[in-house]
Design a binder for this molecule. Structure first.
Ligand SMILES: [Ca+2]
Ligand SMILES: [Ca+2]
Length: 370
C-alpha cells in the first residue's frame, strides 16, 4: 500500500514537472513564416492567413537573417499549430505589407537548419484543375515581346475554394541573361480572385539557374466563390538566340504547386509546360504562325515519346513528321472528346512537327522527343 501510494505520488510529481518544465523560447528566422528552413513563395501563403492581425511586438526585433527569440507568443495560431508571431517578420506587432517587403522579399531563398517539406501538391491532368501556361505566340523573331498567360482551373475543373497559391517554375536560362531580357509578372486586372489580395513574383537567373516563384494570396481569411481563368501573365523579351542556331526553343515549366483554401486545406493542381520557338528563319516562323489557326495544346514538350494533345475544335486528322518532312511512327488514343494520348515513343529522338486537322482549321506544333 505504501509502495503504491509512493509510486502514485512519484508519477504525479513527474507528470506535473513535465507539464510545467520551462520550454526554451521559440525562435524565428524573419521571412520563414512556416518555419520549415527556407524563405519561399509558400511563406507568402502564411502571411496571407495572418495578414492584418496584431499581437505583442518582438523584443530586440530585426529583419536580419538570424534566429530571434519569440519572447511572447501571439494568441492566434495557424491551423498546423504554428504561432502567428512567425508572420511578424519585422517584429513590430502587426502583420502587413512591411513583413513581405523586409521579411520575405529581403530574405528570399535563404535557408537555415534542416529543410522540412512545404507540402506542395501537384495533381494529374484530368483529375485536378490545371495551372495552364498559354503564350501569346508559339513562334517569334528574337526581340519580340511575348506574354505567357497563367490561368487556373477550367469550367470542368474550377478552383472551388481559392485562398492562395504558390508556384515554383523553371525556364530555359540561357535566353534570359541580365542584359537581354525583361521578365515580369503582371496580375490580371479583372481577376476572378477576390480582393483584398497580395502577390509576389521572383526569379533567379544567377549561374544560369533559371528558376522562379509566384505567390498570390488573398487576405482576410474569408472563403470565396468557385472560379477559374487567367490570374496574370509573364512578359518576356528574348533578345537573341545562340549564335549559329537558326531556331531554338524557350521553355517555361511549372515544377511545384501549393493551392490552399481559407482554412489552409490543400488541393492538388496539375502543372503545365509551354514552349516558344525563337527563330530568324522566316519559313519556320511562317509555318509556326499558321499553327495558330486552330487551337491545340501538347504537353509535356519536350517529351520522352508519350504525350497529351488537347484539341477542343474536334480532331479529324493527325500526323507526325520529322524535320525533313518524313512521316514518323505514332499511335493516337482518345481519352475523351477533346483530349488524346499520343504515343511517339518509337520515333528516334529529335525535333518533329505534329500537324492536325480540326473542324476549325489546321494546326502545326513543334515537338521535341528525347
Ligand atoms: Ca518557409
Ligand atoms: Ca510586422
Amino acid at each position: 500500500m505504501v509502495n503504491k501510494t509512493f509510486y502514485l505520488l512519484l508519477a504525479t510529481v513527474l507528470a506535473v514537472s513535465i507539464k510545467w518544465s520551462p520550454v526554451a523560447a521559440q525562435q524565428l528566422w524573419p521571412g520563414d513564416i512556416n518555419n520549415n528552413g527556407i524563405v519561399n513563395a509558400v511563406d507568402l501563403l502564411y502571411l496571407g492567413q495572418a495578414f492584418g492581425t496584431t499581437g505583442p511586438p518582438r523584443a530586440g526585433a530585426s529583419t536580419d537573417w538570424q534566429a530571434q527569440d519569440i519572447s511572447t507568443p501571439w494568441s492566434q495560431s495557424f491551423p498546423n499549430g504554428l504561432n502567428y508571431a512567425y508572420a511578424d517578420c519585422d517584429g513590430n506587432g502587426i502583420i502587413d505589407d512591411n513583413d513581405l517587403d523586409s521579411g520575405i522579399e529581403d530574405n528570399f531563398e535563404l535557408t537555415h537548419g534542416s529543410l522540412q517539406p512545404d507540402g506542395f501538391s501537384n495533381g494529374a491532368i484530368g483529375s485536378a484543375p490545371q495551372a495552364l501556361l498559354t503564350p501569346s505566340a508559339s513562334a517569334v523573331e528574337p526581340g519580340t515581346e511575348i506574354d505567357i498567360s497563367l490561368s487556373l482551373g477550367s469550367q470542368a475543373f474550377p478552383i472551388d475554394n481559392f485562398y492562395g497559391i504558390a508556384i515554383l517554375f523553371n525556364y530555359t536560362p540561357e535566353f534570359l541573361s541580365d542584359d537581354s531580357f525583361d521578365f515580369e509578372f503582371e496580375e490580371e486586372a479583372s481577376s476572378w480572385i477576390q480582393e483584398p489580395k497580395i502577390e509576389y513574383f521572383y526569379y533567379n537567373d544567377d549561374d544560369g539557374q533559371g528558376k522562379g516563384q509566384i505567390a498570390i494570396t488573398r487576405t482576410g481569411r474569408q472563403p470565396q466563390n468557385p472560379g477559374f481563368g487567367p490570374v496574370g501573365k509573364f512578359s518576356i523579351v528574348i533578345e537573341d538566340i545562340i549564335v549559329g542556331l537558326q531556331a531554338d526553343t524557350f521553355r517555361l515549366q511549372i515544377d511545384s504547386i501549393l493551392l490552399i483554401d481559407a482554412a489552409f486545406n490543400t488541393y492538388p493542381v496539375a502543372p503545365d509546360t509551354t514552349t516558344i520557338l525563337i527563330t530568324r528563319d522566316s519559313a519556320l516562323l511562317n509555318a509556326s504562325l499558321q499553327s495558330k489557326e486552330a487551337y491545340a495544346k501538347i504537353y509535356p514538350n519536350p517529351t520522352p515519346g508519350l504525350f497529351f494533345l488537347e484539341c477542343p475544335a474536334g480532331l479529324t486528322g493527325l500526323h507526325l513528321t520529322d524535320a525533313l518532312g518524313r512521316t514518323a511512327p505514332m499511335a493516337l488514343q482518345p481519352l475523351n472528346g477533346t483530349s488524346f494520348q499520343v504515343d511517339a515513343s518509337k520515333a528516334p529522338p529529335g525535333m518533329y512537327w505534329l500537324s492536325g486537322r480540326t473542324n476549325e482549321g489546321l494546326f502545326r506544333k513543334k515537338i521535341v522527343i528525347y
